[in-house]
Design a protein around this ligand. Structure first.
Ligand code: NAD
Length: 271
């Protein structure tokens, strides 16, 4: 599937992996990228990306990915201007790390992981990416129906492609009960969409990045990274966001890819 002249939606586009995906798409001549993020910096990032590219391609949308009205507005706006969206990389994500159960040394009482943190992580990391993908698939399905097309046929070009961002934490990681659950949850969603959306000619796959050099990982602090991450990573360094973006573009473009790809720099968990 040739990415050139396609229209894309990338959430979490103001930072880390999302930003790198948008930059990588520009190199592959994607026509337009809706760069979605709740951070105000998304406007500046879009400006910077446009300055670095041969032609302006990024349009910033500031808002919360859990808001369905915002989601519809982004799709309405970008498709009215550039045509149907056919690439979706919903990369916005958060962590709320803590042990699942922690016993207070003095009181001896157990404190279990706060439910409100769990729900926030599920909303942003699991439900939102699924719905940003479904929004694209729904619009492709509607467009096909309007053109009298039914089941997609292999002689047609592939109509669209989704890459969800999982994580090595989907296999379980101490201190990440909510994050790991959402990333594992995306496996079920991707496998289901893979089965259903091909009716409309849309592919879906899932990447599991290892520890990548973004603000999400940097906030763990240099000491934590040196002690707990690098010794268990065969490459002995963090992965660059550009390496993950390159793998995502490969997954979007190569229509034979189905399922999951681990891009973890040889991560082998300690326990
Ligand atoms: N960095 C890693 O090591 C790593 C590893 C595996 C998976 N991932 C996943 O990759 C994705 C991108 O992570 P990153 O490392 O680039 O993180 P990051 O913190 O650099 O970027 C995440 C972006 O998402 C945005 N965001 C968060 N909540 C939002 C919301 N409700 N609405 C709109 N925007 C929101 C933030 O503002 C931020 O710009 C996430 O899904 C993350 O779980 C990261």
């Amino acid at each position: 599937m040739d990415l050139s002249h396609r229209v894309a939606v990338v959430t979490g586009g103001a930072s880390g992996i999302g930003r790198a995906v948008a930059a990588a798409m520009a190199k592959r001549n994607v026509k337009a990228v809706a760069l979605v993020d709740m951070s105000e910096s998304v406007h500046l990032v879009a400006e910077e990306l446009n300055q670095q590219a041969a032609e302006p391609f990024a349009q910033a949308f500031q808002g919360n990915v859990v808001d369905p009205q915002f989601r519809a507005e982004v799709y309405d706006s970008v498709s009215a201007r550039h045509g149907l969206v056919s690439l979706c990389v919903p990369a916005a994500g958060i962590t709320r790390d803590d042990l699942a159960v922690r016993v207070d040394r003095i009181s001896g009482k157990a404190r279990i992981y706060p439910e409100e943190h769990f729900r926030a992580v599920v909303d942003i990391n699991l439900i939102a990416p699924i719905y940003w993908a479904l929004e694209m698939i729904g619009r492709i399905a509607e467009d096909r129906t309007a053109r009298g097309l039914k089941r997609w046929h292999p002689e047609e070009r592939v109509q669209g492609s989704v890459v969800f961002i999982g994580s090595i934490s989907s296999a379980g990681n101490r201190g990440q009960i909510s994050y790991a659950s959402t990333k594992a949850g995306l496996e079920g969603a991707a496998a289901t969409i893979l089965k259903e959306a091909m009716f409309y000619g849309v592919r879906c796959s899932l990447i599991h990045p290892g520890f990548t050099d973004t603000p999400m990982v940097r906030k763990l602090g240099p000491e934590y990274i040196t002690k707990n991450i690098l010794p268990f990573t065969q490459l002995g360094r963090l992965i660059s966001p550009e390496e993950i973006a390159d793998a995502i573009c490969f997954m979007l473009a190569n229509s034979a890819v189905s399922g999951e790809l681990w891009v973890d720099a040889g991560w082998h968990a300690s326990a």
